[in-house]
Design a binder for this molecule. Structure first.
Ligand SMILES: [Zn+2]
Length: 327
């Protein structure tokens, strides 16, 4: 695990803007950190929190990671810091938690210092929570900052989004990502590269794959889709092989893989099985399928029958590939 109060190497340009905002005291009362999973949004939010309070900041307002305030941010015990997340076995962030947070943000801190709250992920706020938050953001208490983190910023109401300073986290250059993985302990370059592919270029997610050994699973899924595409297997058997317990991780992975496929279809060259597939699939039908996957991910969050969803999506995949072969 890398030092959690260190900026990730590809975040430098984004940080320069944040440092300037801190410097000129115009850091937003509401910030929206958006971008694909595994690009380091959470790490960035913690660095930002510590930067507000650090007693011995480094250049560019970066927190030292050593002083009392930095340590309290690291252990989530800082008096000015709060974080809202989805509790285990819950679907969304409880309204009571949002109301409590808004009340805390409204109170003047005893030492007059800033307050910062992280809501992660912000798309897990329910309607009541969003409305309560919107009120606080519309009339923000002085020296308060609410940091919304989301992989799906478009799932947030436009009224909320439009009031946030937006920070977008992009996928870093491949070389930079691989160098960071090596530096953070990935011993085998080939495995690091495979993990980065499986993570669609998102380094923090790739690191997670390397740490929890789930890379093999993703390679199995990739092979299953290619087998279906080549007519070497049947959708129902493939769905059973994935298993309902893995339905959600599978669909999340599938979503990213399809986006890669869409991108691969736009570039010429590359003779691999995936590139060939990308060129034969009708672009608009593939695009529609991506939306269906996203829609079904939502349905799974709301307790749709996982095995049925898997079967439906893999039957649709086979149909999509068949369509590609005909055209
Ligand atoms: Zn410090």
């Amino acid at each position: 695990m890398s030092d959690p109060l260190r900026l990730l190497p590809w975040q430098g340009p984004l940080w320069r803007l944040t440092a300037q905002a801190i410097e000129q005291e115009r850091l937003g009362h509401a910030l929206l950190l958006s971008g694909l999973r595994g690009t380091g949004k959470r790490a960035y939010a913690r660095v930002l929190a510590a930067a507000l309070w650090c007693k011995t900041p480094l250049a560019q307002h970066l927190p030292c990671g050593q002083c009392d305030d930095c340590r309290q941010v690291l252990s989530e015990a800082h008096p000015g810091y709060s974080a809202l997340r989805v509790e285990e076995d819950k679907r969304d962030i409880a309204f009571e938690a949002v109301r409590g947070l808004c009340e805390r943000m409204g109170m003047t801190s005893h030492d007059g210092r800033s307050k910062l709250a992280i809501i992660d992920p912000a798309d897990a706020l329910n309607n009541n929570g969003r409305n309560a938050l919107l009120k606080t953001i519309e009339e923000p208490p002085p020296r308060s900052h609410i940091v919304l983190i989301s992989e799906r910023p478009l799932a947030l109401p436009a009224t909320l989004r439009s009031r946030c300073q937006q920070l977008r986290f992009a996928i870093p250059a491949r070389g930079e990502a691989l160098a960071w993985l090596a530096e953070s302990g990935a011993a085998d370059p080939a495995q690091a590269a495979a993990a980065l592919d499986a993570a669609h270029g998102a380094p923090v997610l790739a690191q997670q794959f390397l740490n929890d050994q789930s890379l093999a699973l993703r390679q199995t899924w990739r092979a299953a889709l290619l087998d279906l595409a080549a007519g070497r297997s049947e959708p129902l058997a493939a769905a059973a092989a994935v298993g309902e317990a893995q339905a959600q991780p599978f669909l999340r992975w599938l979503y990213g893989w399809l986006l890669d496929l869409l991108r691969a279809g736009l570039v010429s060259g590359g003779g691999g099985e995936v590139e060939t597939l990308a060129r034969t699939l009708p672009h608009r039908a593939l695009d529609r399928y991506v939306s269906e996957v996203q829609e079904n991910l939502r349905r799974l969050e709301f307790n749709a029958k996982a095995q049925l969803v898997l079967e439906a999506m893999l039957i649709r995949w086979s149909a999509l590939v068949a369509l590609g072969r005909r055209t």
